[in-house]
Design a protein around this ligand. Structure first.
Ligand code: FOL
Length: 212
């Protein structure tokens, strides 16, 4: 039996969980932060076959927000959720050329579970937004962890992540550094040096885990 599918949410958010403004990210120029997102969502655990692809699930508005030249996000199986989709999801001929379309998060997960048993090995599954899809994912037992980039600087936002993650948030605990680094597969700065800064914006990488 294949292992049950696990979901990891990944996002960057301000202290009050702001994630978006006017259909895009609230900030510009967090290049190293975006590079972290790309590395982590692409990286496959070393125990899996090297041909394994991770999947990223996103809502239609998040898909629209990604610059056309970067879509689909390469080296990952892109799954886009839109209520207007009528056909059943199918594996694209070229995952770097087209996304899988699904009509709901449930349908996307059912498709990915089936995929597990087929030709293309599937690695990790990330939910990359936006707020509606994060909200649906937070309601699922499959959602085990959240990779949060806590942006310390303030930005105007009109969309928020639907859970205020902080010490004491029910059902969630912040992972220790060693556990975080072990899971993401790279060194992550902590303590005073843990706060990164890119053109005046400060942020910190965190991992949160569901407490059962
Ligand atoms: N999570 C984190 N940590 N930071 C984010 O900026 C972020 N953004 C989204 C979801 N989770 C996130 C959704 N928005 C791209 C653009 C917007 C976007 C997600 C991804 C994008 O163009 N990504 C390319 C960029 C590579 C680069 O510039 O280095 C990619 O290949 O992933």
């Amino acid at each position: 039996m294949p292992p049950p599918l696990e979901l990891t949410l990944i996002l960057a958010a301000t202290r009050d969980m702001g994630i978006g403004l006017n259909g895009t990210l609230p900030w510009t120029g967090l290049k190293r932060e975006m590079a972290y997102f790309a590395r982590v969502t692409k990286r496959v655990p070393p125990s899996l076959p090297p041909t394994t692809l991770n999947a990223i699930i996103m809502g239609r508005k998040t898909w629209d927000s990604i610059p056309a030249r970067f879509r689909p996000l390469k080296g990952r199986l892109n799954v886009v959720i839109s209520r207007s989709v009528t056909a059943a999801p199918s594996y694209p001929r070229d995952a770097n050329a087209e996304p899988v379309m699904a009509s709901s998060l449930e349908q996307a997960l059912a498709f990915l579970r089936e995929q597990q048993t087929q030709t293309q090995p599937l690695g990790r599954v990330f939910v990359i937004g936006g707020a509606q899809i994060y909200g649906a994912a937070l309601g699922l037992r499959e959602t085990r962890r959240i990779l949060l980039t806590r942006v310390v600087s303030d930005f105007e936002c009109d969309v928020r992540f639907p859970l205020q993650l902080e010490e004491g948030t029910e059902g969630w605990k912040r992972a220790e550094q060693g556990e975080f680094e072990g899971w993401v597969g790279e060194k992550v700065e902590e303590g005073e040096e843990g706060e990164q800064e890119e053109n005046g914006t400060r942020y910190e990488f965190q991992m949160w885990e569901r407490v059962d």
